[in-house]
Design a protein around this ligand. Sequence first.
Ligand SMILES: [Zn+2]
Length: 463
Amino acid sequence: MQIHFHGAAGDVTGAAFQLTTDRASVLVDCGLYQGKRQTVAKNRQIPMLARRHVDAVVVTHAHLDHIGRLPFLTKRGYTGPIFGTQPTFDLGKVIMRDAIRLQLGDLERENRHRKRERKPLLEPLYDETDVERLGALLQPVRYGDRVEIAPGVSARFVDAGHILGSASIEFTVEEDGAERTVVFSGDLGPRGAPLLADPVPFELADVVLMESTYGDRNHRSLQETAIEAREIIARAVEAKAKILVPVFAIGRTQLLLYLLASAFQRQTLPRFPVYVDSPMAIEATRIYGQNTEIFDTEAKAMLDSGELQRNLESVRPSSSVEESRALNQVAGPCMIMAGSGMCSGGRILHHLRHNLGHPTTAVLMVGYQSPGSLGRRLLDGEKRVNIFGERVTVRASVHTLGGFSAHAGQDDLVHWFASMAAARPELILAHGEDRARQALSQRIESEHGIRARCPELGDVIEV
Ligand SMILES: [Zn+2]
């Protein structure tokens, strides 16, 4: 049995791993590369189809860096089944549509560049039709069920606690009359986080392929972060101010709504209007609402008692551009959640332009802000920024809240692996920068005496 690394080997995007036996070839995830221009250029390569036939594709969760190349795969002729959970497919559709829109912007820039260099212009990676074509191939799998996916390969999906519908996958692989268990972690969520259940542990494995995104550090505790957030929000509400939260549509928006509902219920915050100013976030929240059976016990209890619905009554979706613009006239206190998460585009920009000049405005950064992004410049304390070509003076307070990550930190990753350590599996670390996976590898070796392999892009590992 071999594993080919077509992405997320030594970095964190473009996840695509191909498991091959003498009878079958299974692709686990088919994600988009994100980031620098050279990295993104790799999206146009589909090496998994070049080598041999792919019998089945299995997807762990709906993030673009795990599913974003799927339509390109079908565009290049793949017609086999795609296995994943139903929420992954539902959220995936929302994410891929948004990706098409974003890609068109990137492509325009790239083609301007190419025109200057007299290089041939590029076509879009894929379009709506290619996303629609995926529909016929999707095979929804429920947590816990075991399904035959390819000759001699079956798969069992369990909750990975990362985003709604996320899964770790246990493959049972039959080769030369022997059966072996291969576990793919997918992206793992943190333990003890609200709303979603904790990652489900495995006991037995012969081979483990594990993510290592935060293999070198632990996040600030969510409890501390929630207390800090509550204090900032309480002050802003007292001052009748606007609270602006740049968010990514899936995951953190729903986590924040849940935390607000809990705070309203316990009366640690007074109720105030919360605007979800993003059609994508509204759609993602609706999909969360359709899948409440996979919420954690506390969230389910709050839902069953009707408290969750009651405490979310002050949440108002704002879908249209007109509704979004009308928020400029709304008086505080209120919270506006809008994309993009790093303030690099989207509706958050017009809210920032309108409100950064007010000293009472509070901006809450709840996700990673990449260097150079407007979000990072605000966090770094820049007092004048450019928005839509206009100089805006920053008088608002800008806060960063570090504990809302959807990823397991080092302790949680080690804990997840520990349940299988007694079986002495072969360990492979992927989906992490080298510094992170080296740190994780050293810690696992010192605690469990198991040395991990750290493959590079394009490597093929015999297991
Ligand atoms: Zn993810």
